[in-house]
Design a protein around this ligand. Sequence first.
Ligand SMILES: Nc1nc2c(ncn2[C@@H]2O[C@H](COP(=O)(O)OP(=O)(O)OP(=O)(O)O)[C@@H](O)[C@H]2O)c(=O)[nH]1
Length: 624
Amino acid sequence: MSLKNAPKPGSTDPSIIRNFCIIAHIDHGKSTLADRMLQLTGVVDERSSRAQYLDRMDIERERGITIKSQAVRMPWTVPADNAEGAEPGQYVLNMIDTPGHVDFTYEVSRSLEACEAAVLLVDAAQGIEAQTLANLYLAMGADLHIIPVLNKIDLPSANVEKYAAELAGLVGCEPEEVLLTSAKTGVGVETLLNEIVKQTPAPVGDADAPARALIFDSVYDTYRGVVTYVRVVDGKLSHRDRIKMMSTNAVHEMLEVGVISPEPVKAADLGVGEVGYLITGVKDVRQSRVGDTVTSQHHGATESLGGYKHPNPMVYAGLYPIDGDDYPTLRDALEKLQLNDAALTYEPETSGALGFGFRCGFLGLLHMEITRDRLEREFDLDLISTAPNVVYGVVMDDGTEHVVTNPSEYPDGKVAEVREPVVKATILAPADYIGTIMELCQLKRGNLQGMDYLSEDRVEMRYTLPMGEIVFDFFDQLKSRTKGYASLDYERSGEQAADLVKVDILLQGEPVDAFSAIVHKDAAYSYGVMMAGKLKDLIPRQQFEVPIQAAIGARVIARETIRAIRKDVLAKCYGGDISRKRKLLEKQKAGKKRMKNIGSVEVPPEAFVAALATTQPTEKSGKK
Ligand SMILES: Nc1nc2c(ncn2[C@@H]2O[C@H](COP(=O)(O)OP(=O)(O)OP(=O)(O)O)[C@@H](O)[C@H]2O)c(=O)[nH]1
């Protein structure tokens, strides 16, 4: 269908609108399928199509993952002779691309609310994975119609029969009803589009009611300010309206409304069932938050759409510039990133060892890695990040309670109880690995809650695990123990009391706050031994002896010693070349300037980076 004749936004009859999303485990081909649909519907032509059109951020393209959801409007004509039995005619498909990683579950769930159906995409060579299940449960929770699809059927290793049966068993349909596609070659994608038209319910809403629209994404654009993506449920949002955010009652002038197809196209208004964007001139995504409801200022709605959940950080880490002069740049950079990331929090903090920096809160480890990556890349910063930790609740003997987001805030004095966050984890893996997974979960203080066979050789294992154990290297270990075959998903599930202690690392008797960790009592010793051993190798010898100790309170649990030496840079330089000598001494001086001083011990920043990069407080073997 030519794009010129496509139904115009604002005046589209809801009965020809189909809002759907694609949900999948990471790497099962969601973005590739989305690209293919854009091509087939003529929204993007072959020439201008670049791989993963929807993943706009460079970092997304490089890592091949989708971070922010995007929504695209695609016109689609169902031909009269279609074999799928869909009603022929012109339709408007709104495709909402969702992130697939566990850290961004909240964004996934909001995107789902904006749709009526979900294409559940499963790799035909891999089968169902943990996030397939997690996303499916979210979609079913949002009452979406599920369209099961096996992708990558072109792969020689695809096992269509087996996985179609597995998928059919999961969603409760016949294996023949599972659609087959290859997003790469395009096979089956046209059929899928017709099936989407046939199976997806048209949106229902009250066109005469006050306007209500759900915000499912909010992106900061340097030129246009915050661009807010919405799905209109009732009424109409017009470019002349003043709009109100229902969770804060903040009123904004509307500057523009429109749809993405795939570039922004201005419209006069957005009606029932439509998906599009609003620009209001606000400069900060926190004023236009995902999950909030937009209404008009005058005669607006009184009831918002569904609950609005504020995303709370689950993992904290300190970020410090290696060069102290970069502190203001880091502050500006965090401020800029926050414009586009309502879930990122930061507060200034000082560390005796690392100087001035920020304690940052993240939704999870991936969120943390991405943020750090962006800071280093986009703002040209060299950073040291401290080991990530979760939020602990510490109750003292006198009944006072402390919330600890940083081991250095761990209170002194008699502790009555330490509480740690717990997650419900789902692990999917081939049955051969049950033993090794159980061993790992045991090591990480997990409790098995249940186990089911999805097929004769694949199991789903459900555990509760302390979140503090997951944030370190759990996933890496799970992957290496199962040769990459296991997948993991988890969600927050309350708190529990635990036997946790704070282990300090002391250099020459001075505690180095950056290396302190809150760990389980049983893992304290191995953490101490591991850190002391590692630091012994990483810290260069000084002109005096340096003891490295690990201690719980006043009790030393491990010790190493760095023997004394004086580095004589002039050793090789006998003879009288004074300018060369001076050069060497100056080089040594410049090197010293970068050093972080702990008492009188000079520690190169690289030692912090190396020691913290591989910190594994709970790894009992203590080796990497
Ligand atoms: N052979 C084959 N490869 C495919 C097919 N679809 C996707 N791929 C490849 O699978 C890999 C992952 O695809 P993506 O589209 O990035 O996966 P995704 O699900 O969007 O991943 P996230 O955005 O990270 O959630 C890429 O290397 C694709 O080229 C297919 O039908 N056949």
